[in-house]
Design a protein. Sequence first.
Length: 278
Amino acid sequence: MLLSNETNKVYFSNCLESHCGDFFKRIKAVLEQYSIEVGVLQNTKDYWCRDYMPLQVAEGRFVKYRYFPNYLNKPNVCSYRTEMEKPWSHLGIDDKFLVDLSDITLDGGNMVKTPYHVIMTDKIFTENKNFKRNVLIRRLEDAFQNEVLIVPRYDPEKDPCGHTDGMVRYIKGCELLTDNYSKFNAPFAERLYNILEQKGYNVNELELPYVSDYSWAYINFLQTSKVIIIPKLNLLSDASAQEYLSSFFDIPVLQVKAPTLIKKYGGAYNCMSWNIKG
């Protein structure tokens, strides 16, 4: 399984470049400072390119899926749904490298990779009711060439996306980082951590000086082979988050001032990027 810590190219949506130009320049400058190539995806309809771009599972192997999330089905928001083929077609990557799961509905933000698993919330069952669960999991594992680990969603009403990339991230070895759930929902934390620990993981909760509505945004960092970027939210927790994350990684963990869209729409730097090894 090819992990984020091996990637050397990062792409952003052309919508982000157009609508958040100053932020795009800031984050692009940091990535290029560390020799990470930056590109812009064309023909996108929103900022969150993680969700609609194929999942890279190995060099020369990408998994394509049906991007038709239920939170973009309503008439007032369906125009924001990007057709995966359109930005992909501009990259010059041969379709022979694609594994086709176009009959299965997925979001890229609901796939957190580790060397041992692809961690996904149980939302995949909600959006693929036409499949028996064991058949769906087998199809996914065949495509990912890795075991799928299902975890519960935190709160379907507060988080209609149901993504894992703001819940849990891989560090190294058997170490995982999670949001500080025990501080605001101890029963959910116990349930989630039991599932992860039963698979051999050691769970590290994000340590902050206080409970924040935006703690998930620090988990949703952008990771490459040479630098990790977390949002600077202009909160007292910014310094604590940077210090805590830095303790786990051997590469720089830097902060870039966040655009207002993080608080407005509920997505951070992993959501708004697509990084690959090229």
